[in-house]
Write a protein that binds this ligand. Structure first.
Ligand code: GLN
Length: 504
């Protein structure tokens, strides 16, 4: 019997858990309640499904809600719980970005070219979720093939930010971020190729982790840019993200980039003690274009880390300003080859034509404007005569970025700075201005080009009441260090407790 139970008695607690809105519980609180038998997974899943019905017509975070499947999985989880099983996410309802293959459940990558595609298998990490006992609530909206920073390039609809429905939730994993922030999932998967987990987390006042490249398997995750893609995790607290990450990280022989190294006990690493932690603040992350209110909040957060005993020092990542062109050359080049497979022969719809070429052309016309643009850019960068000038140069530049991080991590344990130069912008505001959208990724992209890991943790609000995120970057496989730094910060502040007022 737990201490809490001993004090209050199980029946009293049972009453409290059932009388409250279960959607307000964090993942770890729900897990404790499930393990203690104070609530059932079916009741928690129903609470989430009701919440989706109540608010998702406005937020539009889900592309597919798997209600029947969720209730089936929840009932199975309840049986296992009743039998005394205690797998890490047993009975916890979560969401998955529509970039992950899910057996028997439509997987579109936010594109019309995959409309109707129902994978016959689960992505490795989706299988890991199932093994851990999680309940799948559904698939969340994404920019088409994860290309974007606002979730507006989805071929289906745009997702709205629960903090202000006229604004974007960020992207490309905006559906997952909005679902978690809107209390329509206890946690969710996203993908982060250039910032798509950290940036929407910062726009929605939740925690978003982008682990080291290779830490989580990408087998069964729709590819965007293979040398940059990585699975990421969203949750309302650092502990929630850690629980989900703990349960799903690890080696997968089917992903050749998967790292065959043991998964440490991340949950045990959350001590909240960061005395002596060396935190570097890159001067290149506080530049013109960084919103004043974002800068103030991030600097205050860094001071808070100092108050908690961290040793703060200014550092330099001198090649940061090249990260943007380097990233957009590499990402589009890789996207152009990855997306060559969508020819109407193997997956999704096939548009009939006079002959094979005509049919492939007509089918590929199903790609949206952003995706087509990137295929064209990438094809150009890879074409004979331009390859060395563009793609080759970008690869050389990438080495400089990697060297910057290696040098920095010789002296510091964590790098701290802003996630995004601004808070959430208005829907439609940047949709026709690619450069403005690309610039929004300026502080998130460098990490993807290197072998680092990073996260966003809530650190304040601007004058309009829009959330701001603090980015913490760690060296290769040092997720435990950044999670603990974020945990210490979170324990000392209350930003993460604020919730958007939507649907009550
Ligand atoms: N916004 C970046 C892009 O459009 C990053 C997207 C991502 O991380 N998936 O490429």
């Amino acid at each position: 019997m737990g201490v809490q139970e001993a004090m209050t008695g199980p029946s009293v607690l049972f009453f409290f858990v059932n009388a409250m809105d279960l959607t307000t519980l964090t993942l770890t609180e729900l897990r404790d309640a499930l393990w203690a038998g104070q609530v059932t997974s079916v009741v928690a899943t129903e609470a989430m499904l009701d919440r989706i019905v109540a608010v998702d017509n406005e937020v539009k975070s889900y592309l597919t809600v798997t209600d029947d499947l969720a209730l089936e999985q929840a009932a199975a989880a309840d049986k296992r719980l009743a039998a005394g099983e205690r797998t890490p996410l047993l009975g916890v309802p979560v969401a998955v970005k529509d970039m992950f293959c899910t057996r028997g459940v439509a997987t579109t990558a936010g594109s019309k070219i995959l409309e109707g595609f129902v994978p016959p298998y689960n992505a490795f990490v989706v299988d890991k979720l199932a093994e851990a006992g999680a309940v799948l609530l559904g698939k969340t909206n994404t920019d088409e093939f994860a290309m974007g920073s606002s979730t507006e390039t989805s071929a289906y609809f745009a997702t709205h930010n629960p903090w202000d429905l006229e604004r974007v939730p960020g992207g490309s994993s905006g559906g997952s971020a909005a679902a978690v922030a809107g209390r329509m999932a206890y946690a969710a998967f996203g993908t982060d190729t250039g910032g798509s987990v950290r940036q929407p987390a910062s726009f929605c006042n939740i925690v978003g982790l982008r682990p080291t490249y290779g830490r989580m398997s990408r087998w069964g995750v729709v590819a965007y840019a293979s040398s940059l893609d990585q699975v990421g995790v969203f949750g309302r607290t650092v502990a929630d993200v850690t629980a989900m990450f703990q349960a799903t990280a690890g080696f997968d022989p089917r992903d050749s980039t998967s790292l065959n190294v043991p998964v440490p006990n991340y949950e045990a690493a959350l001590t909240g003690d960061i005395r002596g932690l060396r935190v570097g603040v890159p001067k290149e992350y506080f530049i013109e274009g960084l919103d004043g209110e974002v800068e103030t909040a991030v600097r205050a957060a860094i001071n808070q880390l100092a108050d908690l005993g961290a040793d703060i020092r200014e550092i330099s990542l001198p090649h940061s300003r090249y990260a943007l062109p380097i990233y957009y050359l590499i990402a589009t080049a890789e996207a152009s080859t990855n997306l060559a497979r969508y020819d109407g022969v193997r997956y999704g719809p096939r548009v009939a034509g006079a002959d094979v070429i005509d049919s492939v052309q007509k089918t590929r016309a199903l790609f949206g404007a952003e995706t087509k643009k990137r295929i064209m850019l990438g094809t150009y960068a890879l074409s004979t005569g331009y390859y060395d000038e563009y793609y080759g140069k970008a690869l050389q530049g990438r080495t400089l970025i990697i060297n910057d991080f290696n040098k920095a991590f010789a002296d510091v344990d964590v790098i701290a700075g802003p996630v995004s130069p601004t808070t959430a912008f208005k829907l439609g505001e940047k949709v026709n201005d690619s450069l403005a959208l690309f610039l929004a990724d300026i502080f998130t992209l460098p990490l993807n080009l290197s072998a680092s890991c990073g996260l966003s943790v809530p650190c304040g609000f601007d004058g309009r009441g829009l959330p701001i995120g603090l980015q913490l970057i760690g060296n290769t496989l040092q997720e435990a260090t950044i999670l603990n730094a974020a945990f210490a910060y979170e324990q000392a502040t209350e930003w993460h407790l604020r919730q958007p007022v939507i649907g009550g």
